[in-house]
Design a protein around this ligand. Sequence first.
Ligand SMILES: [Zn+2]
Length: 139
Amino acid sequence: MTLTEFLLDRIAEDERSLPCINCRRPVEPDGPRELGEFGHVAAADPRSDFWDNVCPDPTPVPRALAECEAKRRIVEMFEDECKRRDIYNRAYDNGQLTTNQDLRSRLASNAHCRGLEEAMLALAQVYADHSDFREEWRP
Ligand SMILES: [Zn+2]
């Protein structure tokens, strides 16, 4: 499991456990479930008390939802910059970067990628007790 996969999984879990702003019940209690026809969670057993614990029209706390989105954006920026960095590094290895501008762009991309990775590692520390967390992600 990569750091990207690990973080995207944790962010998705966080999103599912956000409380509804109106009733404070979790948006999706008891972890991941199948989404029903109308985008709401479906009870595995209609006789269960599942529906007593789920909001019929959940509205997650906006700031908490925005935090999940911001974390996801950092992961996306990291992935995009890694692709750019790899292209620059491959071109460099093949002797295709000839101008100072190209060489500066390669160095900038490598540094930008490293900075985003440090941000990702800082985010990952929040989940250090998760079984999928790797020791090499510790600072
Ligand atoms: Zn609610």
